[in-house]
Design a protein around this ligand. Sequence first.
Ligand code: HEC
Length: 139
Amino acid sequence: MLSEKCYHCHGPDSGTRQPKKAPLRLDIEEFAFENRENGKPVIIKGKPADSYLVELIHSDDPEVVMPPPESHHSMSAREIALIEKWIEQGAEYQQHWSFIKPEKLPVPLQSAVIASECHFIVLLVNAAVTEAANVDAAL
Ligand code: HEC
């Protein structure tokens, strides 16, 4: 749900990430719980009522509400309730991913990690082969 409604502006793409002066990422746990300019994270685990994020998704003010009206995304009462429930239960990222379509989020992240690991292994193998070739050449 966050991925569909929020990641365009608070997700992996730094080009569209908002707000421009202090971009907020909600797709990675580490950033989602970082202290913001006011010294507090936007999600306070276990405390939806104290979480700024919840305040924003509830807002009636079109200037403030998240997602912004011009994004043509909006949250249904049920979706808001699900987010609150999720925060109340500790805002577990793993568990949260199970709420959303699995192909949407972790996959690109995982494949990026896998790709970089593969790359590293290829480098190691190449280095070993080159070294072996050098040893051969020296004999
Ligand atoms: C179309 C882009 C866009 C989408 C989609 C969007 N946001 Fe935002 N978000 C912004 C912008 C722009 C700001 C900065 C608003 C400001 O400073 O007045 C912001 C600010 C925030 C902040 C406050 C950050 C801070 O530290 O001040 C939170 C929390 C937030 N958004 C949560 C969400 C959530 C949750 C969703 C999805 C339900 C969402 N946003 C969807 C553009 C977006």
